[in-house]
Design a protein around this ligand. Structure first.
Ligand SMILES: Nc1ncnc2c1ncn2[C@@H]1O[C@H](COP(=O)(O)OP(=O)(O)OP(=O)(O)O)[C@@H](O)[C@H]1O
Ligand SMILES: [Mg+2]
Length: 260
């Protein structure tokens, strides 16, 4: 379904190679973990798949193909509904994902076809239920708010609820529990686990090996713009070949055991 091959991302201003010829692929219903240290290029890679990178700041090489169709070239036309209906991304920084001057209700409605009264009623009923799954119980207040009136963690959860309701073919979740408290994190992870069981294809971007182990079929470990290890989660975690993966796995284990 998605194939990334020899992807290169270079900052135009500094000429720094930020992503260096990485590749991975995923089939329908698969979950891929993109894991690795801060600054390793996970978000840039995710935005590149969404074709959201600013071409004035970054030059991009290599290939991203979606259902056999190349989408990277500057003249490549994106398939209808590519962003949103086909691939939806939960952004790492929720404050920048919403337009600041428009109430959330209006922004959210834009992503859905709500022309009939019934469609509207059904939509708000399911939005209310999904927000409750995300530990948010006051939908009316949220819809009337401007983004700056909610906390980062609340916005992140609103974005997750809306993304799930869009029912895309692939969800890219970029560190989608960074801004939330432990109870909400648990609810989000439970929701992602449920989506996985229902056959949703997902790219889970995370620092947390435990999260990747629970949610991902395959993992690609990134460091300094390169994929240092790639394979089935079970294989990579049970017998990491690369010294960096070993180090990360060890650090994650120590942290979870409260030893550091
Ligand atoms: N707009 C930008 N201009 C120049 N360099 C950038 C820009 N955005 C990111 N970078 C650089 O690209 C590299 C990769 O950044 P990216 O945001 O993809 O990292 P990440 O793996 O998502 O990290 P984190 O886990 O902290 O979110 C970093 O070195 C970062 O400094
Ligand atoms: Mg990131």
């Amino acid at each position: 379904m998605l194939k990334v091959n020899d992807l290169e991302i270079t900052a135009r201003f500094s000429k720094e190679r930020l992503v260096k010829g990485i590749g991975f692929e995923m089939g329908r219903g698969e979950t891929l973990g993109l894991i690795g240290e801060s600054g390793s290029g996970k978000s840039l890679t995710s935005k590149c798949i969404m074709k959201l990178l600013d071409r004035r700041r970054f030059s991009v090489g290599g290939s991203v193909s979606w259902k056999g169709r190349e989408i990277l070239g500057s003249h490549a036309k994106l398939p209808e509904g590519y962003r949103g209906r086909q691939i939806a991304m939960i952004m790492q920084h929720p404050m920048t994902a919403f337009a600041p001057m428009i109430r959330l209700g209006r922004q959210i409605e834009l992503g859905f076809d709500l022309r009939s009264r019934k469609a509207k009623n059904d939509f708000y009923e399911s939005l209310d239920a999904k927000l409750r799954d995300m530990n948010l119980s006051d939908m009316d207040k949220i819809l009337k708010s401007y983004p700056a009136e909610l906390s980062g963690g609340m916005l992140q959860r609103v974005m997750i609820a809306v993304t799930i309701l869009q029912k895309p073919e692939l969800i890219i979740a970029d560190e989608c529990t960074t801004a939330v408290d432990a109870a909400s994190e648990y609810m989000i992870l439970t929701e992602l686990e449920k989506l996985r069981r229902e056959g949703m294809s997902m790219i889970i971007v995370t620092h947390d090996f435990g999260v990747a182990a629970r949610l991902c079929d395959n993992v690609a470990v990134m460091r300094q713009g390169e994929v240092t290890e790639y394979g089935s989660t079970e294989k990579v975690f049970s017998s990491p070949q690369d010294a960096y993966t070993k180090e990360l796995a060890q650090a994650s284990l120590l942290f979870r055991e409260g030893l550091c």
